[in-house]
Structures are given as C-alpha cells and as structure tokens.
Design a binder for this molecule. Structure first.
Ligand code: SAH
Length: 236
C-alpha cells in the first residue's frame, strides 16, 4: 500500500486528514488514485493510518478518512547524526540512507576544513527525508537541522545521554561502548578535524570511536557508524 505524508496540522480531528501539495498531486496525477481507494498516511510524528480516499477536491486537495491505525517501522532509539557537509550528491545520499537506517535527526555541520562552497541545502534535504521516510515505512520524519558550525552545535548536545565522535587516530570500536538509546554521533570533514575542534568535542563529552584502519568518506563513516549503532541496540 502506498504511503503518503500529512503533517499533524492536516488532520482535522474527526478522523479525517487532507493531502496537499506534492502529496495530493502524486496521488491524483501520477498514481491516478480514485475515491474509495486505500492508502497509508503517516503524520511524521510516529503515527501511521490505513485511510480511504473520500473526496478528491482537486490535484492540490485530497480528503481521506482514517480507517485504522497501522504499524510504523520507527526505531525505539533516538540517534542523531552530526555530519560534516560533504559534496551535494554525497549529502543527498547520506540523508536518504540515514533516514532508512533509522536516524532521528541530522545536524549538518560546517567545520574549519569544510570548503566554503559547501553551503546548506536544507529544503532539498528535507524533501529527500520525506520521500525516504515514506519509502522505508517509517512514520516519524527525522529533523534535518539548519547547517551550523561546531561551536554553535555544542549548545544542542546537552539533550543527548551519550555523545560519540568518529576519529581515525584514537578510539575503540563503537560496539565496545555501552550504547544508550539517546545518542549523537559526530563525523568530521574530509580534511579532518583541527586540534581545536577535537578538543572542543572532547570537552563536551564526546567519546572517540574507530571504524577500523581504512579511511572512510564522510557519508560512508556516517552510514557505517549509524548501522553499527542500530545493530548494537538490536534495531537491525
Ligand atoms: N584526512 C582526514 C580523513 C577524514 S575522513 C583525516 O586525516 O582525519 C572523514 C571523517 O570520517 C573523519 O573525520 C572521521 O570522523 C570519519 N572517519 C573516516 N574513517 C574513519 C575510521 N576508520 N575510523 C573512525 N572515523 C573515521
């Protein structure tokens, strides 16, 4: 069954919801769904519903009635990835895979050795996150934060019970840690961390871990670390 996204404000309280924008257009124009058809609707906050299309008002507005609650494939753990922004195509790939594997949040980070031209494309990444959420069966939409530099990001790390940083030189295997359900994993830029950046991470409670002797690209390191973490928590 096809999954569509309707944010909470599109739910009208009488067990009805409205598909708007791209979601409505996709249902009506691309898939040519009809009134009476069944779809799965997720609200991006962990709720999924089997729903019936009750009225196609236009290609911008499709009304659905909730039939029953459905399963969501969300992980129980809340794991955030804080990653140096790589080149655009690589970041697109990273966002898609991180959502599929189960990340709850992505913090795109700018480091001293991040090339200037790698600015943020938050709107694009959020769209990729929505389609990955729908494709993989999740009902919670991971938060894609605005790009920040490391210093500003440090104001956000207090909420995580454990903090980890992937580091080539020092660090034990990720799975040798006692992994917590609310954690953040940081991955540095291709140019590596500066000493000051590493010091700042350590001062803020980040524990170093290694992903082996091979130097991985940013997106590979992020995906491997997240996968290991999810496996360690029994989510994979
Ligand atoms: N030339 C850089 C390599 C950076 S690789 C350097 O010497 O540091 C990009 C990022 O991926 C690193 O900052 C680190 O966070 C992560 N990473 C890549 N391979 C890794 C490995 N084998 N172990 C731990 N982290 C790794």
């Amino acid at each position: 069954m096809r999954t569509f996204y309707a944010p909470p404000e599109n739910f009208t309280g009488d067990n009805r919801a409205v598909l708007t924008g791209d979601e409505a257009r996709h249902a009506v124009k691309v898939l040519r769904l009809r009134e009476g058809g069944r779809i799965r609707v997720v609200d991006g906050h962990g709720n999924a519903f089997i729903s019936e299309i009750v009225k196609i008002v236009s290609e911008h507005e499709v009304h659905v009635a909730i039939v029953e609650k459905a399963d969501s494939a969300d992980p129980r753990a809340h794991i955030a990835l804080a990653v140096a922004i790589p080149r655009p195509q690589r970041m697109d790939f990273l966002v898609e895979k991180a959502v599929e594997i189960g990340a709850a949040e992505i913090y795109p980070l700018v480091f001293e050795r991040t090339p200037r031209r790698l600015s943020g494309k938050t709107v694009r990444w959020r769209k990729i996150a929505i389609s990955a959420m729908k494709q993989c069966g999740r009902a919670s939409l991971p938060t894609i934060h605005e790009p920040r530099n490391l210093e500003v990001f440090m104001d956000f790390v207090g909420e995580f019970e454990s903090r980890y940083v992937a580091h080539l030189l020092d660090g034990k295997p990720l799975l040798s840690y006692n992994l917590s359900n609310k954690a953040v994993i940081a991955v540095g830029p291709e140019g590596g961390f500066t000493e000051a950046e590493m010091d700042m991470l350590i001062e803020n409670g980040f524990q170093e871990f290694s992903l082996g002797r091979r130097v991985l690209r940013v997106e590979t390191a992020a995906i491997v670390a997240l996968s290991l973490f999810m496996a360690g928590l029994g989510e994979i």
